[in-house]
Design a protein around this ligand. Structure first.
Ligand SMILES: Nc1ncnc2c1ncn2[C@@H]1O[C@H](COP(=O)(O)OP(=O)(O)O)[C@@H](O)[C@H]1O
Ligand SMILES: [Mg+2]
Length: 304
């Protein structure tokens, strides 16, 4: 019988946490939904389950494995960052207290832990908010616009922190009105407008369906313009001094590239001009009529 192989794996899985983006303009209802998820306000209709538990019925027990903050985390300004975490940990039991050092390290506040929170920058306070969530050892982390209002360096630090947490296996639900942030961090995305989800799915799908602007240079742009105008799904064709511009989805642009070559034209450059998620976002949140009610997605209705 042959010796056992030095290494053998079967059904081996390594799973990282996902970052789920919840994207919408100010006033769209992002914070409202997060409040309902955390059981802070009662849904007018519909229901919420966190790991199968209803936060309105199960109370604090429903938030086992869940942590995060809505709008801005609150701390005692006259106490140090560490003392604030110790007070919070006391409510969570001594396991949480044992995680304070690690949480401070993850959010890079170890050096400043003895300083009063009142003297912290906005970015440091946001990071302390994440640390306060981490001492609960969450499987699901809810973050409400954690990078909004931060300077570029603070924003970069917060993005790096979210990326690290997801690599470490935590699932993050991140609300944002910043397209670039969601594009950079999130695997899946829901786009909300006036309290209704208008898109939900993989970011790649959002990008593929979004019609963006493209720039094209060929060996003969005058003839290429004719090919573009004749191509299905290609609209708004106009000739600029050095290139052609038009609107198309990724699929339509791909089909166009084939048509150009078939017409005997060589493509020098064909590049999407604007972020396609941005195009999708504006199309869904501004140009289109109110979407029909969907009953499979959370809905918040504006009071007015
Ligand atoms: N307590 C409240 N009473 C009435 N309307 C509210 C209340 N709280 C929020 N709203 C309204 O609900 C909408 C969604 O608010 P919010 O969830 O804070 O949006 P977002 O976090 O996406 O900026 C806003 O139009 C806001 O004015
Ligand atoms: Mg909000």
């Amino acid at each position: 019988m042959a010796d056992a192989p030095p290494v053998e794996v079967r059904g081996l899985v390594k799973r990282y946490g996902d970052v789920y983006g919840y994207l919408g303009p100010n006033g769209a209802g992002k914070t409202t939904v997060l409040r309902m998820l955390l059981g802070l306000i009662r849904p007018t209709a519909g229901e919420v389950r966190l790991f199968g538990r209803d936060p309105m019925l199960a109370g604090a027990a429903a938030l086992d494995g869940v942590a995060g903050f809505v709008e801005a985390p609150r701390f005692y300004p006259y106490l140090s960052g560490r003392k604030n975490l110790e007070l919070l940990a006391a409510l969570d039991g001594h396991e949480a207290a044992g995680r304070i050092d690690e949480a401070l390290d993850i959010v890079e506040l170890t050096d400043r832990q003895r300083h009063r929170v009142g003297g912290y920058s906005h970015g440091m306070r946001q990071r302390l908010g994440v640390a306060a969530a981490l001492i609960r050892d969450p499987k699901l982390l809810l973050l409400d616009e954690p990078a909004t209002g931060l300077d570029p360096a603070g924003m970069r630090d917060m993005h790096a922190l979210v990326a690290r947490l997801s690599l470490a296996g935590t699932t993050v639900l991140l609300s944002s009105h910043l397209l670039t942030e969601v594009e950079e961090l999130c695997n899946r995305v829901a786009i909300v407008r006036s309290g209704r989800i208008v898109f939900e799915g993989a970011l790649e799908d959002a990008k593929r369906t979004a019609g963006g602007e493209w720039r094209l240079r060929t060996t003969d742009d005058a003839r290429a313009a004719d090919v573009c105008r004749a191509q299905r799904g290609v609209t708004g064709v106009r000739a600029e001094p050095l290139e052609l511009r038009f609107q198309a989805t990724e699929d339509a642009a791909a089909a166009l590239s084939v048509a150009l070559v078939e017409a005997g034209l060589a493509i020098r450059t064909l590049v999407p001009h604007t972020a396609t998620l941005e195009d999708l976002f504006f199309r869904l949140t501004e140009d289109e009529p109110e979407p029909a009610p969907a009953d499979s997605v959370p809905a918040v209705t504006e009071a007015d």
